[in-house]
Design a protein. Structure first.
Length: 214
């Protein structure tokens, strides 16, 4: 009989729990029409707050997207060529101006090593630039002769700044200004474009069907 009594007491526990459950749910149900109206008003207020916050979030995202589009447009069409290289010298980013300068499609620039465009005569200068930018943060510059996809040589001034484990390079084309300077100093006006097959160095001026180094 004792076992039967214990079983009945244990069996009654779930009954008490089940009685507490409905009581708790009933407390959340409005008991009067006034309470129901107040609950509806509170739900409506919360709904309006959520809608307002969502609208503000959408506006903020639109502003961010517009600013990003403007930044990308400014980056791509900047008057100066910009590119980003990693520690291995691989090009990670490049703008359209850089693509035009090097006469290489941007899709082919990304992932390529920048030193493939450095002429042999400028490899020592480029190695020195890498040594400086790898040494620590700061701004460094040098002049390099680059070999373009159009099979020509151009002279650029490189401005490099460190950004964590990457380096941003600005390439300023000074080929024409150097030609003008060469012509001014020598008194000769005819300056022939540099060609890869004709010279592997930096400053050359046409003279009597040959190139003289300046």
């Amino acid at each position: 009989m004792a076992e039967t009594k214990d079983w009945q007491e244990d069996a009654g526990e779930p009954c008490r729990l089940s009685e507490e459950g409905p009581g708790k749910s009933q407390a959340e149900v409005p008991r009067t029409l006034g309470e129901a109206k107040r609950m509806l008003q509170e739900l409506d207020r919360q709904k309006n707050e959520v809608e307002t916050r969502n609208a503000e979030l959408v506006r903020a995202m639109d502003h961010v997207e517009a600013a990003l589009e403007k930044y990308v447009d400014l980056y791509n069409h900047a008057p100066v060529s910009h590119l980003t290289i990693d520690r291995a010298g691989t090009i990670r980013l490049a703008n359209l101006t850089c693509s035009r300068l090097l006469s290489v499609a941007r899709s082919r620039l990304i992932g390529a090593r920048f030193d493939r465009f450095v002429a042999d005569a400028s490899r020592a200068a480029f190695a020195g630039l890498l040594g400086m930018i790898f040494a620590g943060p700061g701004k460094h510059s040098c002049e390099l002769t680059l070999s373009t996809g159009a099979d020509s040589l151009i002279l650029v001034r490189v401005e490099a700044v460190t950004a964590e484990d990457q380096w941003h390079l600005a390439l300023i084309d000074i080929t024409n200004s150097m030609r003008v300077e060469c012509a001014r100093r020598t008194g000769r006006a005819a300056v022939k474009p540099l060609r890869r097959e004709e010279t592997g160095s930096s400053y050359y001026l046409e003279s009597e069907d040959r190139y003289e180094r300046f």
